[in-house]
Design a protein around this ligand. Structure first.
Ligand SMILES: [Zn+2]
Ligand SMILES: [Zn+2]
Length: 357
C-alpha cells in the first residue's frame, strides 16, 4: 500500500503529521497531487478546539488547494487530463436533489460534505475528487491559469467567496459605497472585490487592536477608509460623512460579532443590503426592527457557486486579482502545526503550506 504524509486531526485539539494510505482511484475519480494549500479561518476553528469535524476523527485537515492531476479513472471526462494544473473547491459530496443543489447553490446543501470538515482534506500529498461529486457539480475543480502559481491558486477559494458576497448576494454596482467588517481573508477579499467592481469607497470596519500590517494589506487590496468598531458612534458618523450623509449601499459582515452586525446595519441607508458571511455561535441579543422599519435586506451567504469561481479565475487570468499581498508565511507541510499557531495568535494573514518543501 502506497503511503502519503497528511496533517490529521486525531481528536479535539489534537493533531499529527501521519503516514496514511494514498486514496484508491475508482473509475470515476480524479487523484490530485497537492502542491500547495492555504490555511483557512474555518480550519482554525477546528485546530483551536472550538469545532469538531462533522465526520468525526481522524480527518485530514484543509480545503484551499492547488495541485496536478496524477491519476484519473477511465470514465472521467476528457476535459480533465493527467498533468493538468488544477484547484478544487471544497465540496466532496452533496445530496443532488434539494433546493440548494438543483439551483446551483450546492454549497448550502444540508447534506454537503466539505474537505477537512466532512471528509478528508488537502493538507496531504494527495487528495481524491470522487466521481459522484464530479457528476453532480462538473465544475468542482478548475484549471489554474498559466500566470497563477501553485502558491497563489489556493487563494482563489476565499476570493471566490468574496466575489459571491459582493456581486452575487450583495448585487453591488459601480459607484456604490461599501463597508466590510473584519480583516481576515474573507473580509479582505470582499473588500478587494468591491474595489475591483468599482465601488466609490470601500471602508473596512475593524477593532483598533488590528495588526497595522493587515491594514496595509487592506489598503493594497483597495480599502479606502479604515473605521474602528470600538467606538461605534464615531464609526457610524464617519461612514455618514464618507457618503455625504446618505449611508452605505452594501455591508459585508465577516466577523460574527453581534455588535459589529448591528453597527453595519446602522451604516446602511434605507433599503441597503447586508450580507453575512461570518459563523459564530453567539446569540445576538438585540431587536431587528431596523430590517422592517428601514427595509434593510439581510442576506445569508454560504461559499460560492460555479459562476463565482469562473469569474474570479477570469480576473486572476487577466492579472487583476491580488493573490500575493495577503500571504504572510509560506511553510513546508512538516511545519503545518506552526502555521496554525500563527493563525490562532493572529500573527499571520494567510499561511501557504507547500507539500514539496
Ligand atoms: Zn476557506
Ligand atoms: Zn442538496
Amino acid at each position: 500500500m502506497e503511503l502519503m504524509r497528511a496533517f490529521v486531526a486525531v481528536g479535539r485539539g489534537q493533531f499529527e503529521l501521519r503516514q496514511v494510505p494514498v486514496p484508491q482511484v475508482g473509475d470515476d475519480d480524479i487523484l490530485i497531487r497537492v502542491k500547495a494549500a492555504a490555511i483557512c479561518g474555518s480550519d482554525v476553528h477546528i485546530y483551536d478546539g472550538h469545532m469538531d469535524p462533522l465526520c468525526g476523527y481522524p480527518v485530514i485537515m484543509g480545503h484551499e488547494n492547488a495541485g496536478v492531476i496524477v491519476k484519473k479513472g477511465k470514465n472521467v471526462p476528457d476535459r480533465w487530463q493527467v498533468g493538468d494544473r488544477v484547484t478544487s473547491e471544497n465540496t466532496v459530496d452533496t445530496c443532488g436533489t434539494c433546493y440548494a443543489c438543483i439551483t446551483g447553490d450546492y454549497v448550502a446543501c444540508e447534506q454537503r460534505r466539505g474537505m477537512g470538515i466532512g471528509a478528508d482534506g488537502v493538507l496531504a500529498d494527495y487528495v481524491l475528487i470522487p466521481g459522484k461529486i464530479l457528476r453532480q457539480v462538473p465544475d468542482v475543480i478548475f484549471h489554474i491559469p498559466d500566470n497563477v502559481t501553485f502558491e497563489q491558486a489556493p487563494l482563489l477559494e476565499p476570493a471566490a467567496n468574496g466575489y459571491k458576497a459582493v456581486f452575487q448576494e450583495g448585487r453591488m454596482i459601480a459607484g456604490e459605497h461599501v463597508v466590510v467588517s473584519g480583516a481576515g481573508a474573507l473580509g479582505l477579499y470582499s473588500a478587494h472585490m468591491a474595489a475591483l467592481g468599482g465601488a466609490a469607497r470601500v471602508a473596512l470596519l475593524v477593532r483598533r487592536s488590528t495588526d497595522p500590517a493587515k491594514l496595509d494589506i487592506a489598503r493594497k487590496l483597495g480599502v479606502t477608509d479604515v473605521l474602528y468598531s470600538d467606538d461605534p458612534d464615531q464609526a457610524a458618523a464617519q461612514m455618514a460623512r464618507l457618503t455625504g450623509g446618505f449611508g452605505a449601499d452594501l455591508f459585508v459582515e465577516t466577523t460574527g460579532v453581534p455588535a459589529v452586525l448591528n453597527l453595519g446595519l446602522r451604516m446602511l441607508h434605507v433599503k441597503g443590503r447586508a450580507v453575512r458571511i461570518a459563523i459564530n455561535g453567539t446569540p445576538y441579543g438585540y431587536g431587528l426592527d431596523d430590517i422592517t422599519l428601514r427595509s434593510i435586506e439581510l442576506i445569508g451567504h454560504m461559499g460560492y457557486n460555479t459562476i463565482s469561481w469562473r469569474n474570479t479565475i477570469n480576473l486572476a487570468r487577466e492579472g487583476r486579482l491580488d493573490l500575493t499581498s495577503i500571504v504572510t508565511h509560506t511553510i513546508p507541510l512538516e511545519q503545518c502545526a506552526h502555521g496554525f499557531d500563527l493563525m490562532v495568535s493572529r500573527q499571520a494573514g494567510k499561511v501557504i503550506v507547500r507539500m514539496d518543501g
